[in-house]
Design a protein around this ligand. Sequence first.
Ligand code: PGA
Length: 252
Amino acid sequence: MRLPIIAGNWKMNKTIDETVKLIGALNESVGHGLEKDVEVVVCPPFTALNRAKELLDGSSIKLGAQNMYCQPDGAYTGEISPVMLKDLGCDYVIIGHSERRKHFHETDDEVNTKVKTALEYGLRPIVCVGETLKQREDGITEELVSDQVQKAFNGIDSSEVSSIVVAYEPIWAIGTGMSATAEDAEKVISLIRDVISKMYSTDISERIRIQYGGSVKPANAKELMEQPNIDGALVGGASLDSASFAQIVEYK
Ligand code: PGA
């Protein structure tokens, strides 16, 4: 049985005061007693991670970062290393989000290097893949997503695969209010599981968790997450509001 994982990607939102309010409310609503049913992660901006960790002391909500650089230290002005994230108490790190691929030109090779470095320093990567609207309309979704997954996992040892979470996020569904249908999301996510099965084994592919992301909200969470291959959600906009994130976490 795979434990569903619901992660809130706050993106470039929330000051420290706002972080205190949001995490305070989440600790009250979903911070205790759900551990056996669902793993909950929040991914605030770098500037709020330290405060967030203090606030999560004694809570079952885990901490993640939204990005990292692929070196432990050195002359990389403005970057944040996996060692620093570990030091701040992060368990997870989002890697290869489509906004990073689009605005900061991250390539599949960089994503792969970051996944390897994250694992090396004890962080669990949440690796994002997904197609643009044009790619979907051109009928190349499956080919494109398979390729992204193969490249992200290139050279990753089979013993490490179950530490990784994949987030299938169709780019056209992110922040648009236009979620993929549960059926479409399930189709691509089961394809991702097949790709992992071919690269490793069926057993490994049955253990890796694959989330859906893209306009997940309280109204569609249950339908999406009840699909057999969908193991939770990566939530953007709806994770900024404590009530809506809590409702998604409590989708059952
Ligand atoms: P959204 O973002 O929920 O606002 O669509 C999802 C994401 O980018 O991870």
